[in-house]
Structure formats: C-alpha cells, structure tokens
Design a binder for this molecule. Structure first.
Ligand code: NDP
Length: 393
C-alpha cells in the first residue's frame, strides 16, 4: 500500500523496521537510511523480507530532500536523534512527504525540551496538505494516547495526571542507558518541571521521590519526579488538568554513577579543549558507554509504564490507572531488542500505520492526544503492547 523511509538505525530504528516489515499490507516498501549504512544493513539482515538501505546525513537538508524526491515515500519515520527533527521536517516539506517522530526537537547546545520549534511548522504542513505526527513513541506517545483514552471513556473532566515509567530490567552492566546515552543523560540531569494550578513549577533534578508498587508482581520501585515533554502538550490539550507530573524509576546504582559523572563534569554539554581538540564531555562519555542496541541479549525483567488519572465522572470523583507491562527477553526473542526500544518502536509503527491508512491523517502538526485514541489502543493490543485499565480507590 505505501512506501516509508525510516531514518535512524539505532535501538529504536531496529524495532520500527522489524515491526513495519511484519505489517506488509501497509508498509509495502521500506527504506532504512541512517548516518552509518552498515547499521542499516545489519538490521536488514535480521528480517525475513528484503528492504532497501541507504546512507544519509539528516542534518543536510538539500541532500535529504533530493533523497526523498528520488525515493518518493509517503512518510518519513524519524528515529534519528531529536537534533534532526527540524532538518527532517524541512526536507519533508520540500519533498511533499508526511512526517512522524518519537521525541521533540532539542537544540544541541542547550538541554531544552519544548514543542515550540515544531509547533511553529503547523501552518506550513497544513498549507502543504501534509501531516506531522509528533512523539509517537511510548512516553511521549502511548502515554498521551492513554490519557486521551481515559479522558474519553472514563471521565467527564480530568484533574490530575501522573505518568509513571518503571523499568525493572537489569542489563548487568555497572552503568548503561537504555536509549541514546547523550539524550538520556541530558533528560535526567535537567531541572524538574511539573504542572500545578495552571503553571509549570520548577524544582531541582531528582528532588522528589516515592515508592511505587507496580501491578502484576513487577515489583516495587523508587520513582523520581522529572520533566518530560508530553507534560507540555497534555496540559495544553487538557486544560482541566490542575496537576500533571512525570515519574521515572532509577536504581540507587544508576543514580550513584550519575552523581559521580556529574560531579566530575562528564555530563557537561559545553565544549572543552582537550589535547588541542574541542570535545563535549557528554559525547565523550557516550563513546565509553555500552551502545543501547547491545543491551538486548543481556537485559532481564519487565517494564511497566502507565498513567494514573484522577477526575470526575457523573459528579463523582474517580481514580483510574492504565498501564502496559513489557518483558525485556520476550522483546528480544521477537525483534532482537530490549523493551525500551521495543516500547518506543511499536507505537512509532502504529502511528505510521494509522497515518498512512488515513485514520490519523490531517494536514498540520499534531500531538498524539489530538487524534481519536481508540484505533491506537486497539492496535497496541494487536501488535505486542497489551494494556489494562484498573480502578484505584
Ligand atoms: P540511537 O542513538 O541508538 O540511534 C540513533 C540513530 O540515528 C543512529 O543510528 C544514528 O547513526 C542515527 N543518526 C544520528 N544522527 C544522524 C544524522 N545526522 N543523520 C542520519 N542518522 C543519524 O538512539 P535510539 O534508537 O535509542 O533513539 C532514537 C530516537 O528515539 C531518539 O530521538 C530518542 O530520543 C527517541 N526515543 C523516544 C522514546 C519515547 O518513548 N518516545 C524512548 C526512547 C527513545 P549512527 O549509528 O551513525 O550514530
């Protein structure tokens, strides 16, 4: 039915490519392009149907535009890094191609997580008759859809939202990040912001912690409040929210390593001079850490990501939890990747499928919660991310 270009051949790129390849009715032709072609070829070799691979630098708008004009896909799935979002959006506009990503644009020199740069493209996409779907991973992504689904089916008005991301997996390394280390460390060392009575309140990183017991015996974990980009779009699109917070689990071991690395300056993003050469400490650290895509075979345990929403239905207060549990080893058996990349790559495929099939296609730039959540929720059950809703007292 459609042709898709996937950009980025890291952990998430591998999963999206596997999942698109499984849905041949929609993704008739797949091109996997990235900075390093060998990584694309290695992913292609894992599949049981042929796909095309290519080398591309997504920072180079003219080259990427020419590539898209030659390939003529209907959609680009951007799973490169957040730094490439705007250049890929520019090339999509120039070549007349729909766009989808899993993380909001970040400038390289400041760890800023804001949609303003990408929202500013809305009019251009609308005029071009093209759809840009932002944040179609798990968080952001499935968590936005979870919120929209609960708001639609369980509440008349939603008042409080807690997004809780628990990774109970163990990869056996003293320190490693489950997705791109540079992006991950920028995110967790950033100041915390949460929504409280109509505005964002800033607190120091990792200053708020609580214990959270996951359902289905996944375990009890320490979860820390931090800023996450879906808070910006969700509080905009659900203005009845009085409070919205994001929580993520971290082990004592991870936090101990991070603290030392921060204290010695290894997480810095300002360039420093070393042996006559400019280096960015965090990029140097990334070189030393295990590649997230190599964690798959060694990671055991489960993830549990979901949303707890409080609000009112028929005049009564209510508290509802929607969650998804994923097993790292089951993911590896299916697509040779751990659950963090899996839980990101599957929603990217589902968003792409709904967009290409027209259910989620509308000229402009959109966040996930702006579309009908029902077909997305149904597809999560169908394509490997089954979820549950429970009433909490
Ligand atoms: P990786 O670092 O594993 O992979 C990134 C890939 O992009 C690499 O193949 C890299 O190439 C390629 N790339 C980087 N720069 C360029 C460029 N200029 N041109 C072409 N290709 C480029 O990251 P992940 O797979 O872990 O993450 C991918 C995306 O998914 C990120 O944006 C991340 O923030 C997002 N994400 C979203 C989540 C969600 O739930 N919403 C959760 C996890 C991740 P090379 O191999 O040469 O370095």
């Amino acid at each position: 039915m459609a042709k898709v270009v996937i950009i980025g051949a890291g952990g998430v790129g591998g999963v999206v490519t596997h999942k698109c390849a499984q849905v041949a009715n929609t993704f008739e032709e797949i091109v996997l392009a990235s900075r390093t072609k060998e990584k694309c070829d290695a992913i292609a070799a894992q599949l049981n149907r042929p796909i095309k691979t290519a080398q591309i630098d997504a920072d180079d708008v003219p080259a990427l535009t020419a590539f898209l004009e030659t390939e003529k896909p209907e959609l680009v799935i951007n799973v490169a890094l957040p730094y490439q979002d705007l250049t890929i959006m520019d090339a999509c506009l120039a070549a007349g191609v729909h766009y989808l990503d899993t993380a909001n644009y970040e400038p390289k020199d400041t760890a800023k997580f804001e949609y303003k740069w990408q929202w500013a493209y809305a009019e251009r996409f609308e005029k071009a008759g093209l759809t840009a779907l932002l944040g179609s991973g798990f968080d952001p992504g499935a968590t936005n859809v979870f919120t929209a689904y609960l708001a639609k089916h369980y509440f008349d008005e939603i008042h409080e939202l807690d997004i809780i991301d628990v990774n109970g997996g163990d990869h056996g390394h003293p320190f490693a990040t489950n997705f791109n280390p540079e992006i991950n460390i920028r995110e967790v060392t950033a100041e915390c912001r949460h929504w409280e009575n109509g505005e964002f309140v800033t607190t120091p990183p990792m200053s708020e912690m609580q214990k959270f017991e996951c359902p289905e015996e996944v375990g009890t974990y320490d979860i820390y409040r931090m800023y996450h980009e879906e808070l910006e779009s969700l509080t905009k699109h659900f203005p009845t929210l009085k409070r919205a917070q994001f929580w993520m689990s971290f082990s004592d071991n991870y936090l101990k390593h991070l603290e030392v690395l921060e204290n010695v300056g290894m997480t810095g993003i300002e360039p420093i001079e070393f042996n006559g050469q400019e280096i960015i400490p965090l990029q140097f650290l990334k070189k030393l850490l295990p590649e997230p895509s190599t964690l798959g075979p060694r990671t055991k345990g489960k993830t549990c990501i979901g949303c707890i929403v409080k609000g009112v239905k028929d005049g009564k207060e209510r508290k509802v939890y929607v969650y998804q549990i994923c097993d790292h080893q089951a993911c590896y058996a299916e697509v040779q990747s751990q659950a963090i990349s899996y839980t990101t790559g599957v929603p990217a495929m589902i968003g792409a499928k709904l967009l290409l099939e027209g259910q989620w296609q509308k000229p402009g730039v959109w966040n996930m919660e702006q579309f009908d959540p029902d077909p997305f929720m149904e597809a999560m059950n169908q394509y490997g991310l089954p979820w549950k809703v429970i009433e909490l007292s």
